[in-house]
Ligand binder design. Structure first.
Ligand SMILES: Nc1nc2c(c(=O)[nH]1)N[C@H]1C(S)=C(S)[C@@H](COP(=O)(O)O)O[C@H]1N2
Ligand SMILES: [Mo]
Length: 368
């Protein structure tokens, strides 16, 4: 079982004034506190922040959204024009593809996210589909490139020679789904600067990297876009006729996390302790959740607190009568989806330092 060695929990980590753990100060990489998931929606000030470059300064008055490329009627929308279009509100869980990286053994480079590079919010905006219809998407367009206003030099080799923007490309089939939003509100208020003010994309069911913040351009393309983020960074080894090929990440994988107790917590013996957490997936529904308190030998059904809602997490709980016998115990949670797929028990190496969706061992101590 992975994780039987001590995790490299960063005990010297600093907290922001709002209570987020600072993984990196600038550009901002702030982790949400995962253990107090008392609310279904993550309060905006506690929602994790993952930015590759400094937050750009944009304002509503001069904001422009360009829609071009393989479209019949390229257009530019002002903020007011976007706001005047019919909108939709959806609850969507965002998870960074690098979430839970600290659980990889041996330790790997990159931000040492624990459990909180995932959060759940309500987003309001215009379906991307409506904008593509207005622009007249060409029949042969295969992807939609979403580009942000932030720029800089990325960190990992191979590096492009000049500063680049943050851009992600979404397959056409996903981009035209009704749930993909060009959002301007989060939890009922204007987006905050760090979460993409004034406008961002929300691509439900895909890892966070697809939900481009500070969105200023939507470009339809007729060939797969092979930009830095989709090739050098957020890519994995897929297989083509038995040979490994690089593909960009996409759909979020089935996952559950234990929020309480936290790793290395000490619990009293012979007392009921409520183990709690959340489970989510990409394009399917989480239908079952089981908990093990003996490192995976036996499993018991846990209880969901939230209903099934596609693209949003479901919190759950499990009442555990802690053993009389003191000592270390390993807790695991394991989700199952509507197709019968079960959360894996180890990390898939094809994903490198991303997609850490196996059952994460939470070691606790039962002691007086
Ligand atoms: N323009 C831009 N969009 C971006 C990013 C970025 O660095 N720049 N980071 C992406 C990544 S990797 C994630 S996980 C999500 C995080 O969104 P949040 O900061 O609102 O939580 O934004 C995505 N959108
Ligand atoms: Mo991310």
């Amino acid at each position: 079982m992975e994780g039987s060695k001590k995790l490299h929990i960063d005990h010297a980590a600093q907290w922001s004034s709002a209570g987020l753990t600072i993984r990196q100060k600038e550009p901002k990489n702030l982790e949400a506190p995962f253990d107090p998931i008392d609310s279904y929606l993550t309060p905006t000030e506690l929602f994790y922040i993952r930015s590759h470059f400094p937050t750009p300064t944009l304002d509503q008055a001069s904001y422009q959204l360009r829609i071009d490329g393989a479209v019949r009627r390229p257009l530019t929308l002002s903020y007011a024009e976007l706001r005047s279009m019919p909108s939709e509100t959806r609850v969507v869980t965002l998870e960074c593809a690098g979430n839970s990286r600290v659980f990889l053994v041996p330790q790997v480079p990159g931000a040492q996210w624990e459990l909180g590079a995932v959060s759940n919010a309500e987003w309001t905006g215009v379906p991307l589909r409506a904008l593509l219809e207005r622009a007249g998407l060409a029949d042969n367009a295969c992807e939609i490139v979403l580009e942000g206003a932030d720029r800089g030099t990325p960190k990992d080799e191979p590096l492009p020679p000049d500063p680049i923007s943050y851009a992600w490309s979404v397959p056409r089939a996903k981009a035209i789904q009704p749930e993909v939003l060009i959002a301007y509100q989060m939890n009922g208020r204007d987006l905050s600067p760090d979460h993409g003010f004034p406008v961002r994309a929300i691509v439900p069911g895909h890892y966070g990297m697809a939900s481009v913040k500070w969105l200023t351009r939507i470009q339809a393309v007729c060939e797969p876009f092979r930009g830095y983020w989709l090739t050098s960074d957020y890519a994995y080894w897929a297989s083509m006729d038995g040979k490994p090929v690089r593909h960009p990440l996409g759909e979020m994988k089935l996952k559950s996390e234990i929020a309480r107790p936290h790793v290395y917590e000490t619990l009293a013996p012979n007392l009921t302790y409520t183990v709690s957490g959340a489970a989510w997936s990409g394009e399917t529904d989480v239908t079952e959740i089981a908990v093990s308190t003996d490192g995976g030998r036996t499993w018991a059904e846990a209880e969901f607190l939230d209903p099934v809602r596609r693209h949003a997490w479901r919190r759950w709980k499990f009442d555990w009568l802690t053993p009389k016998e003191t000592g270390p115990y390993t807790l695991l949670a394991r989700a199952k989806d509507a197709s019968g797929l079960v959360q894996p028990d180890k990390h898939d190496k094809n994903y490198g330092v991303y997609v850490i969706n196996h059952s994460l061992p939470i070691e606790v101590f039962v002691d007086d």
